[in-house]
Design a protein around this ligand. Structure first.
Ligand SMILES: [Mn+2]
Length: 282
């Protein structure tokens, strides 16, 4: 199986970061199908566009700043293997970076790693709040389904722009901090970043639904919504959060069959590298 180009060790024990693919979209209701193709496609595109051959050796087009990390690509797992796999990763204090699949996978990851970390500070990048509570255990109810394992007062949603009424009610009910793309336009990325960082606790988990980004930069997602974050602002925020240290991250909802020239898969590969290289940098 092809490994993501950022992986630099075959030794699981030695690694600090573990990349895991979960090619499953069984809990999505999206009209667009195909997020299960994302783990393979993102790995292929990372090797195609983020690495180069130089005198017979592979050379990476790595992020401009940041330190080398020990990264292991664990390969793909099935949904029913999530608990066992993430228990193993948590027990050895490694940081999982997961590639979906549909966003409901995040529920299973958080509910597993919270067994070790306790209540988690969730940073949820998404166009949609995924805070439906009238239906549970699918890709639109993730935040509701992890409520018992997150500290809502130190959690934040970023990129939200198409909530359902019941989601607005839940956001108000739980007093969840939300940053919309217009907030970033109005306040500027620096001020928004500071307000996010001041909110977070010690155990930060980042869930990155690629549809938080504007479809101009990320057209290959299963539920696109106009008026999203630009890719540079999104990654700036991600890097500043990752610098403080994270307990895990995921990149979900890339839908390769609806992509334009693989640009969404390429952005996903770059996002993973930027987080890897800036994580814990300070
Ligand atoms: Mn989502």
């Amino acid at each position: 199986m092809e490994k993501i180009c950022w992986a630099n060790t075959d030794d699981f024990e030695q690694s600090e970061f573990v990349i895991i693919g979960i090619p499953d979209e069984s809990q999505s209701n999206a009209l667009r199908k195909g997020t299960e193709e994302a783990p393979l496609k993102i790995r292929q595109i990372s090797n195609l566009h983020d690495s180069f051959e130089r005198d017979g050796k592979i050379s990476l087009g790595r992020p401009f700043q940041g330190y080398e990390k020990q990264v292991h690509d664990f390969g793909d797992i099935r949904r029913d293997q999530i608990e066992n796999t993430y228990d193993k990763i948590s027990d050895s204090s490694k940081i999982p970076i997961s590639i979906g699949g549909d966003h409901s996978i995040t529920r299973q990851i958080i509910n597993t790693i919270a067994k070790r970390h306790g209540k988690i500070s969730l940073v949820y990048f998404d166009a949609h709040p995924d805070f439906v509570s009238s239906t549970t255990n699918y890709y639109g109810s993730v935040v509701n389904d992890v409520l018992s394992n997150i500290e809502i007062s130190s959690s934040v949603q970023i990129g939200i722009r198409t909530p359902e009424l019941e989601e607005l009610d839940n956001i108000k009910k739980y007093n969840l901090k939300v940053i919309t793309p217009f907030d970033i336009r109005e306040q500027g990325i620096k001020q928004v970043t500071n307000s996010v960082l001041s909110k977070l606790g010690d155990k930060v988990y980042i869930s990155f639904d690629m549809d938080c980004v504007d479809p101009a930069y990320a057209p290959g997602v299963s539920v696109p919504v106009p008026l999203g974050l630009n890719s540079t602002d999104a990654v700036y925020l991600l890097k500043e959060i990752a610098k403080r240290g994270i307990v895990g991250m995921d990149v979900m909802e890339v839908c390769p069959s609806f992509d334009v020239k693989d640009r969404t898969s390429h952005l996903a590969s770059r996002i993973i590298s930027e987080v890897l290289y800036s994580s814990g940098e300070i």
